[in-house]
Ligand binder design. Structure first.
Ligand code: ATP
Length: 351
């Protein structure tokens, strides 16, 4: 029987609530598929920062390398620890330390969830965002600080290795889905980085003759996600463009309560990190209002990545067996608490 060691990082705010609600559901599905999940709870958070002066131990990333996957709630409580510290010292440190260069986010409507678009429009897109470089490289600075001539420079860095690995991962995903890939740039305006991205797309495409590639400018595909989402399947974009497109995707699928994400190092050898896209939502923390579906969906992505595809599919089916009834947390128009919704899904699995 396979046993997977999972690092559980509940983090802050509703992060702890959704992870504590989701974990028993994953345990149930594991049991039914004859594998086990051994969870180790790691209290790295803003609370940890207040008592230790740092968000995680100095060897935190090394500790994480000993796990098969990382399952994260949410990080950050800005009234206790400034976001630039909590995010940089925990989330970004893990992403960079494990070189989790691919951020994959499935966007589709769960059964019974209306979403803001006409329900007759099919919507099922996998957005893949480059996660470690590009526009968020942090290179740049201020010139002539303070005077009338003050200038701020933000430099995007696109490396051949960085672009190639996210493209290859995306082509692989497209091959496993419909065989269609949309590559997103703004190469009519950004003549260096985005033209390079297009060239790399052509080079990698030569190894995937079975995948049909369409190039889109980011503004055009943003509109297309709303007006004709059925024409899109796998979408790959840079860090900034992916950030924006995945927020559109989350909105179309019903909001942050549904948006799940997988942070993956496509070269393997280190654990991936699976998390809901939302933050710690201090406004609703401690009230049982948090929607656990994004976290459960992230759990399904984790099981899929571990190679337990049948368990992942069963978990998604159980989630939809509940959403189709109209049951849900208040953000879904329902009356269930975080724990009640998770337990309903667990009960479906136990039938
Ligand atoms: P950040 O992403 O910077 O940490 P934040 O923590 O302020 O931001 P988010 O958690 O991203 O905010 O969410 C914004 C709002 O969306 C929250 O204030 C909350 O009302 C709502 N929200 C987010 N996640 C959920 C959820 N799982 N269930 C219900 N509502 C949610």
């Amino acid at each position: 029987m396979n046993n997977y060691r999972i690092a559980l990082l509940p983090g802050d705010g509703i992060g702890t609530e959704v992870l504590e609600a989701a974990w028993p559901v994953l345990q149930t599905v594991a049991k039914q598929h004859d594998f086990s999940l051994e969870g180790v709870w790691l209290p790295w958070s803003c609370e940890y920062y207040r008592s230790h002066g740092k968000m995680m131990p100095a060897d935190g990333v090394e500790q994480l390398k000993g796990f098969d996957a990382i399952y994260l709630g949410a990080v950050g409580l800005p009234d206790r620890v400034p976001d630039h510290i909590s995010l940089r010292e925990l989330l970004l440190a893990i992403r960079q330390g494990l070189d989790l260069s691919v951020n994959a986010r499935p966007h589709r409507l769960l059964a019974g969830v209306p979403g803001p678009l006409r329900s007759s429009i099919p919507f099922d897109i996998l957005c893949i965002r480059e996660n470690t470089e590009g526009e968020y490289s942090g290179a740049g600075g201020r010139v002539h600080r303070g005077g009338d001539l003050e200038v701020a420079v933000e430099t995007s860095i696109f490396t051949r290795a960085g672009v190639e690995r996210v493209l290859r991962y995306s082509f692989e995903q497209a091959r496993q889905r419909s065989g269609r890939l949309a590559s997103v740039t703004k190469s009519n305006a950004q003549r260096h980085s985005m033209v390079f991205w297009d060239e790399m797309t052509d080079r990698v495409a030569a190894d995937y003759p079975d995948v049909e590639v369409t190039r889109y400018h980011v503004d055009a595909i943003a509109a297309r996600m709303i007006t004709a989402p059925e024409t899109l399947d796998v979408v790959v974009a840079s860090n900034l463009f992916g950030d924006i497109l995945t927020d559109i995707g989350a909105a179309i699928q019903g909001g942050l309560g549904f948006a799940a994400s997988a942070n993956i190092n496509p070269t393997g050898g280190v654990p991936g990190m699976f998390e809901p896209v939302h933050g710690s939502a201090p406004d609703i923390m401690g009230k049982g209002l948090a929607n656990p579906l994004a976290t459960l969906w992230a759990g399904a992505l984790m099981l899929e990545h571990l190679g337990e595809s049948a368990a992942a599919a069963d978990l998604m089916d159980a989630i939809e067996a509940v959403t189709v009834t109209g049951a849900g947390t208040p953000d879904m128009g329902g009356t269930l608490s975080t724990g009640e919704l998770a337990r309903q899904i667990q009960a479906v699995l136990g039938r």
